[in-house]
Design a protein around this ligand. Structure first.
Ligand SMILES: Cc1ncc(COP(=O)(O)O)c(C=O)c1O
Length: 286
């Protein structure tokens, strides 16, 4: 498995490089990688429309249409990981719709049952399915399975969750909250501890930095992210630190008042964390 460039302009854009130039560079680098390795040796590229557990990384506008052109030219499939993005998180059923990705296959889990029961799913088109069928016939069995694959409990809950999403127009609700979510998140960028804020739908990331002007991160051993998550918990908000990025992924049924409450608590935690960082002298360059 090979990795291509991370589409995070704030972190990986070079000095003086515009976002468009960054995009052109990483698309070119993907093309070089494919041609160097040999397109016939590459079956697929796997991507998550907005990287969730990778730090809430929102790629530059036009990223997916640009890389898919390269993939299509070389007959390489796009596998879309919608485990976090799927079922409304970005304001559409699929993150790929929000980000302009046209995947060949989709994998999904989490919100498929609203997480009330374990269920994962893979969606494949007819030609991919047919390849499985043809090969299964040559070996006499469908040689792939999980102990609880297709378990009726998970499947029944999945069907019910989707019915509730539709009946209660959860996607419409998510979309109605996005402006407030973006507004409150964007305001956090003014905080002395915050370098970048990133968001897509009801996913947000708040990256904490030692020096905003130079984008210098804290020493990895300082543990600023987990400490900040601890301050959040003290103020009654359970948020996850991914390194020094505080990730927000509120329940899709959250109300405007609750969302404001979440940000009020996060702001208090950031103030506490700023005070802690100062008393510990964690801003000094290593
Ligand atoms: C984007 C993404 N893909 C895949 C997985 C793994 O999913 P599962 O545990 O359902 O196999 C996760 C788990 O958090 C995830 O966040």
């Amino acid at each position: 498995m090979l990795h291509t460039d991370c589409p995070h302009y704030y972190r990986f854009g070079k000095d003086g490089e515009s976002e468009q130039e960054f995009l052109d560079r990483i698309v070119g680098s993907l093309r070089d990688l494919i041609e160097r390795e040999g397109p016939d040796t590459i079956a697929a590229m796997i991507a998550e429309p907005v990287m969730g557990a990778g730090g809430v990384i929102v790629p530059p506008a036009g990223y997916y249409p640009a890389i898919q052109k390269v993939l299509d030219e070389h007959d390489i499939m796009m596998i879309d990981d919608e485990v976090i993005n799927g079922f409304g998180r970005t304001g559409n059923w699929w993150g790929s719709q929000t980000l302009g990705m046209t995947p060949k296959t989709i994998s999904a889990a989490k919100q498929l049952t609203s997480a009330y029961a374990p269920l994962g799913a893979v969606m494949v088109p007819e030609d991919v399915y047919q390849a499985y069928v043809d090969h299964s016939r040559t070996i006499g069995t469908f040689g792939h399975g999980f102990t609880y694959g297709g378990h009726p409990l998970g499947c029944a809950l999945g069907v019910k969750a989707i019915e509730i999403y539709q009946r209660r127009d959860i996607l419409g609700h998510v979309r109605s909250l996005i402006p407030l979510f973006e507004k409150r998140l964007t305001k956090l960028a003014e905080h002395p501890l915050v370098g970048e804020v990133r968001h897509c739908g009801l996913m947000g990331g708040v990256e904490l930095l030692a020096d905003k002007a130079t984008k210098r991160p804290f020493d990895g051993k300082s543990g600023v992210g987990p400490k900040c998550a601890g301050f959040c918990e003290k103020h009654g908000a359970i948020l996850r630190a991914i390194g020094d990025t505080i990730a927000l992924c509120p329940p899709m049924i959250i109300t405007e008042d609750e969302l404001n409450e979440l940000f009020n608590r996060l702001e208090k935690a950031l103030d506490d964390c700023e005070a802690w960082v100062s008393t510990q002298g964690l801003r000094q360059a290593a």
